[in-house]
Design a protein around this ligand. Sequence first.
Ligand code: MTE
Length: 310
Amino acid sequence: MPGRTEKPIKASEITAPELYYSRRSFMQLAVGAALAPLLSQSAWAGDKLSGKPNPAYAVPDKPTPREDISHYNNFYEFGTDKEAPAKLAGSLKTRPWTVAVEGEVHRPKIFDIDELLRLAPLEERIYRFRCVETWSMVIPWVGFPLAELIKQVEPTGNAKFVEFITLHDPAQMPGQRSSVLEWPYREGLRLDEAMHPLALLAVGLYGEVLPNQNGAPLRVVVPWKYGFKSAKSIVKIRFLEQPPLTAWMKAGPNEYGFYANVNPQVDHPRWSQARERRIGDFFRRQTLPFNGYAEQVAGLYAGMDLNRFF
Ligand code: MTE
């Protein structure tokens, strides 16, 4: 750690972030979780937005460089090329921003984004992220459990599913002028999946506010499912009795199911899901069931035929 001065310099400011993170995870392993809080700062300062590292939710894999995480994106509201979101998402205005939480809840509410940022302590969690297109990354997110928000609005006994809806504004999102998907982007989870402690509402990555192209100011992250379940730039969360019809299920019902759990044994109709290319690696690696989170989440699907409920 740098010496304490009036304005401490974070190691992340003097080292390439990915180096900082790999060194830091080494240090955390070495010194143990007890000292980890010393390495954290939970505060806003310009674009800085860090959370307290949560070692219980940090995979040991090397984090993907920030440059790749923020320049190789799927965000069809800004075009279908991987590079387009980084070029075009600057037009997205993330303040003011509200998120309406409604439907089968006792306490529906419109949250201001800055209120959401204070809803629960921000944590840093290093998650694996696997896209259905077979590339993968390791991302140090900043956020808080989705369950914290759900508890605030008190779902009714009828609430069985949660739908996430992205902003619909073609003036800011030029990709919405094309009909590649039905807008707004919609995704959904079963309520028990949404309540699972791994399900995250992310507001930052690498200790900074989310880049617009990664779904600012607020997105879902569900690390045991294919990346398309993780809806970006959310403006509405609805609690429903029936499963919502998601954007990808409408676009390709035979290719994209509601569950979309990472499953190396169930191929996409047009390609195998057995292996993946970790961005930055030369060789492909085997994909793990539930993206390596089977121990935590397999119980959610006990007794279900995962070939049918893909
Ligand atoms: N959310 C919206 N609103 N629009 C999108 O096109 N793409 C999804 C998901 N969330 C998408 C979205 C897909 S296919 C993936 S793989 C991830 O976002 C990509 O997230 P990343 O660019 O932050 O890696």
